[in-house]
Design a protein around this ligand. Sequence first.
Ligand code: WT7
Length: 640
Amino acid sequence: MAELSLPFQSKYLPLKKFHDFYRRSMDEPEEFWAEQARHLDWFKTWDKVLEWKPPFAHWFAGGQLNASYNCVDRHVKTWRKSKVAIYWEGEPGDVRVFSYSTLYTEVNKLAAVLKDCGVGKEDRVALYLPMIPELPIFMLACARIGAIHTVVFSGFSAQALADRANDVGAKLLVTADGGFRRGKVIPLKQIADEALAMCPSVEKTIVVRRVNAPVDMEPARDCWLHDMLAEETPLVTPEPVEANDPLYILYTSGTTGKPKGIVHSTGGYLVHNYAAYQWVFNIKEESVYWCTADVGWVTGHSAIVYAPLAHGAAIVIYEGAPDYPTIDRWWHIIDKYGVTIFYTSPTAVRMLMGYGEQWPQKHDLSSLELLGSVGEPINPEAWLWFYKHIGGERCPIVDTWWQTETGGFMISPAPGIERAPLKPGSATLPLPGINADVVDEAGKPMPSEERGLLVIKKPWPGMLLGIHGTPERYQEAYWSRFPGIFYTGDYAVKDKDGYFWILGRSDEVLKVAGHRIGTAELENAAVSHPQVTEAAVVGKADPIKGDSIVIFARLNDGVSPSPTLKQELAQHMRNIVGAMATPDEIYFVTKLPKTRSGKIMRRILKAVANNVSIGDITTLEDEASVDEVIKSYHELKQTG
Ligand code: WT7
């Protein structure tokens, strides 16, 4: 946990100013956040900065605003009208550039289309789209009319899409004829059709033409977007919404088999994201910002769409795979657009590091000023490679810790306001307004250098409003462990300087290439295979992806294990959840190790999968099953 002496630190200001700013945010949180809120445009000022009835926080209660207005309209009233908002590049190399003025036109057009489909305030719209400009534009169009969007990552299966669309009760689904990924076409409309057969609430479907693939259109339900666009640009007045009206619902995995629909507000969410984006990325008028995440995750919602556009920033969006058609595609894009801020994931850094520095060296990356990392812990080796070979030893790296639930950045270096030294692998310090701590099982603060649970002790503006449809589950999942304190599900340690080191999940959630997947969700998918009786999923440390997925499955009596069955099960998991659920290893066992009360002992399976010592197994009902698992593990490892 050594501190790195980095050259740019010599020009940094002393930390004191930052500490004063932070202290003020803790001592006078309402005044502090009200000041931040004034950077946005409000139709009506709030009556109260915070109404806190644990676990429900209402920020800026009574205030009225519109997210689309803040991200688009207010910029077209200034010189930014002709500033680039989005540089978009498709995987095949096609390019579309949107100024704020064009973005304004497009958002209005799509808002009019939504209205023509009968979508109004508080209606839910499911967006199942590839990384094309229509995705952020439809999000803004929903926000414009007060509709609530739920983006479903385009890598999800028909079943996953249907589950999410049904849970929100979506009225409309927007999809595309397909999307490009590694030169192949993903048949999104076809997958959507399968999902729609299970979605009674969806009345209409809008289809965007992207790949020119033939698709089936259901005349009473499906419309091509291009057929719906009006000749003349209609102007759609942005609907003033209350600060606590939901902006969107986004699903994420937890410890049960059912994904949680995280509901985010409009006011608090935007205030948090606007402020934190400035602090962390030091965004300037001339910045060219590229976040490589998919818009389908919270990173895409907050750090591609809402925060950067609320700032009037110029952003880059790239549709495809990082290493396609050549492994230097990303470095090429940085060079081509003069990217100044580059925000990506540790998995991507580790993968590209594996290809070697000769690839970035082919390109001029001197435009870069700042790098960012998100989604999983970044190991010091990857951090240093990123720092050296991409940042040219010139760019600070902001390791941003946050979650779908937190809405915005929580713990991160903040070069926009402070000059704390960086330590490779540490997310450094909580941002202003964020009261984070590391505690023991009883909620008592951990001594420094000791591992504990990461918690947030005070409400913050970007925090979730709740879990869609289930207030009890919201209370239970986040607020029951420590009353009045938000439980994050992560392990962390604070070092003697108060720096936070995030050590990964403390619950049954995996981080596979930064994607968050609950083991229970994977187990449900596995046992839905007709030949699988019981399954346990554990994570195995993977040098690139963080976690890889290992399944121990017990088959129905009389069914013999076979390589074909393994393939079938892997394919089944992809069909049920999506490609990111593809297991890396499958072991067929005749018994799973369980406690006396019948709970599967994941600790043992995890130890077996990771080839480490098993530790204390005294709570085991049947110790023989451990040997059996180990035996089958070794046997199956050999046979593959
Ligand atoms: C979980 C949240 C928030 C954007 C993407 C992920 C892990 C996130 C970091 C980081 C170590 C991190 C945590 C967290 N995580 N950022 N900088 N260092 N771990 O959102 O899918 O809701 O996942 O991602 O485990 O709890 P998410």
